[in-house]
Ligand binder design. Structure first.
Ligand code: CTP
Length: 400
C-alpha cells in the first residue's frame, strides 16, 4: 500500500517512543522507505540503533553534523518526504511547531517541508488538557497539520485519561489516507457486509460463514479515497474502519430497512452482504425445547435487497452486486447483473482456493454491461481498490 512512498518519522521524547519502533516496522512492511529523525530527548528513551535497524536507513539527529550537512540534509530530507509522521509528538514539540520554532534537526525539517504532516500526540492527561496545549493544537490544525488524537486509557504516569499514543493501526490508516488521492471526495457510498441471521427462537438462527472482510475492505478503501461511507453490517467480529459510519443489523429485514432508508442519496452502493434468502416462517418467542423425532422448519423467502435497489435506482447511481457461485460462475453472474439492473457484478467461484468466505484473499471477475475483467488471486483490499476504480470510471462517465 505504501510502495514507492517516502515517509519521514519524527520521534520526540516521550515514553511512547517504543511504539514508534512498531510503526516503522509497519510502514516498511507496507513498502515505504522510512527515514527516522529523533530529538535529543527521544534518544534518552531509545537509541538510534533500534530505528536504524528497523528502517535500514541512517537516523537523523544532528542539525550541525559535518557529514550530512555537506548536503544541507535537513532541507533534503524535508524535500524527499511524501509524508511526515510525528509519533510520539510531545507537548513541547507541538508548542514549538505552533510557534514556528526551528531549533533542532526535526523542527527545522518541519518548517522546510511541504509534505502533509500527521501529528500523533502522546503525553500525560493533564498536559494534554492544559489550555496551552489546547491552544497549540488549535493553531496546528489551523496551520494545516493533521492530528491523530491520542487514545484514552491507563497512562504510563499511572493516571487515566486521554494521552496514550493513538493505536498504531489508526496511525497507519491515517497515513494511508493522506497518501491516497481523494478520488471519491464529495461522494456518498454505501456498502453492505457480513452475513444476516434469521432466528428460529431467541438462541438459534439460520446464517452463513461470511466474515464481512470483503465489505469492510471496500468501506476502508472508499474512506481512504475520501468518500462519505456508510457500512451496513451483519453480525461479524471486525472493527469498524476509521471514518466509516457503521450501522449494525442482524436480519435481512433489518438490513433491507437500513439500506433502503439511505439508498436514494448514495452515489454508489456495493452489496457484498451474504443475505440469507430465507427466514423461518415462524419465530418462537421462547427457546424451542428438544422433543423426540424430527423437527421441521418452514422457511419463508426474504426480500431481495439488491433487486429492490435495482428497481428504484436513481439516475447516475452506480449499483454493484456480488455473485458467490459454485458452478456456471460467469453465466449466473451475468444473469444477476441483468435481472437486478446492476452496473457491475463481482463474481467469485467459491470452489477456488483462497476465494470466498473467511479468506484474506479473493479471486474475482468484475463484470459490467460491456467490460469484463478477470483478476488474479489478490488481497481483499486490492480487490476493493479495483472495484472502486471501476465505480469511479462509471461515475465519471455518467453513463450508468
Ligand atoms: N442479495 C440481496 N438480497 C438477498 C439476496 C442477495 O441483496 N435476499 C444480494 C447480495 O448482497 C449479492 C447479490 O444479491 O450482492 C447476489 O447474491 P447471491 O446470494 O449470490 O444471489 P441470489 O440473488 O440470492 O441468488 P442465488 O442464491 O440463487 O444464487
Amino acid at each position: 500500500m505504501l510502495q514507492g512512498k517516502s515517509i519521514l518519522l519524527g520521534v520526540s521524547g516521550g515514553i511512547a517512543v517504543y511504539k514508534a519502533a512498531e510503526l516503522v516496522r509497519l510502514f516498511v512492511k507496507e513498502g515505504a522507505s522510512v527515514h527516522v529523525v529523533m530529538t535529543a530527548n527521544a534518544r534518552q528513551f531509545v537509541t538510534t540503533l533500534t530505528f536504524q535497524a528497523l528502517s535500514s536507513n541512517p537516523v537523523g539527529c544532528d542539525l550541525f553534523s559535518i557529514e550530512s550537512e555537506s548536503r544541507i540534509s535537513h532541507i533534503e530530507k524535508a524535500r524527499e518526504a511524501d509524508l511526515v509522521v510525528l509519533a510520539p509528538a510531545t507537548a513541547n514539540l507541538m508548542a514549538k511547531m505552533a510557534a514556528g520554532i526551528a531549533d533542532d534537526y526535526l523542527t527545522t525539517i518541519l518548517l522546510a517541508t511541504t509534505a502533509p504532516v500527521l501529528v500523533c500526540p502522546a503525553m500525560n492527561v493533564k498536559m494534554w488538557e492544559h489550555p496551552a496545549t489546547r491552544r497549540n493544537l488549535k493553531t496546528l490544525t489551523e496551520l494545516g497539520y493533521r492530528v491523530e488524537p491520542p487514545a484514552v486509557g491507563f497512562l504510563a504516569c499511572q493516571e487515566e485519561g486521554a494521552g496514550r499514543l493513538a493505536d498504531i493501526s489508526n496511525i497507519l490508516e491515517s497515513a494511508l489516507r493522506l497518501l491516497t488521492p481523494p478520488t471519491l471526495e464529495g461522494r456518498k457510498v454505501l456498502v453492505s457486509a457480513g452475513p444476516t441471521r434469521e432466528h428460529f427462537d431467541p438462541v438459534r438462527f439460520l446464517s452463513n460463514p461470511s466474515s464481512g472482510k470483503m465489505g469492510y475492505a471496500l468501506a476502508r478503501i472508499a474512506a481512504r479515497r475520501s468518500a462519505t461511507v456508510t457500512l451496513v453490517s451483519g453480525p461479524c467480529s471486525l472493527e469498524a474502519p476509521a471514518r466509516v459510519e457503521r450501522i449494525s443489523v442482524t436480519s435481512a429485514a433489518q438490513m433491507r430497512d437500513a439500506v433502503l432508508n439511505l439508498s436514494a442519496c448514495q452515489d454508489a452502493i456495493v452489496m457484498t452482504a451474504a443475505v440469507s434468502d430465507y427466514r423461518p416462517a415462524e419465530v418462537s418467542p421462547r427457546k424451542i425445547k428438544k422433543s423426540p423425532g424430527q423437527l421441521s422448519v418452514v422457511l419463508a423467502p426474504n426480500p431481495d435487497i439488491l433487486a429492490s435497489l435495482g428497481a428504484a435506482k436513481p439516475s447516475g447511481q452506480v449499483l454493484v452486486g456480488f455473485a458467490a457461485e459454485t458452478e456456471n460462475v460467469a453465466e449466473n453472474a451475468r444473469d444477476k447483473l441483468m435481472r437486478k439492473n446492476l452496473d457491475l457484478i463481482v463474481a467469485n467461484d467459491l470452489t477456488k482456493e483462497g476465494a470466498g468466505f473467511g479468506a484474506e484473499t479473493n479471486e474475482v471477475k468484475i463484470m459490467g454491461a460491456s467490460e469484463e475483467t478477470s483478476l488474479c488471486l489478490m488481497t481483499k483490499e486490492e480487490v476493493a481498490e479495483r472495484i472502486w476504480d471501476r465505480v469511479e470510471k462509471l461515475l465519471a462517465s455518467g453513463k450508468n
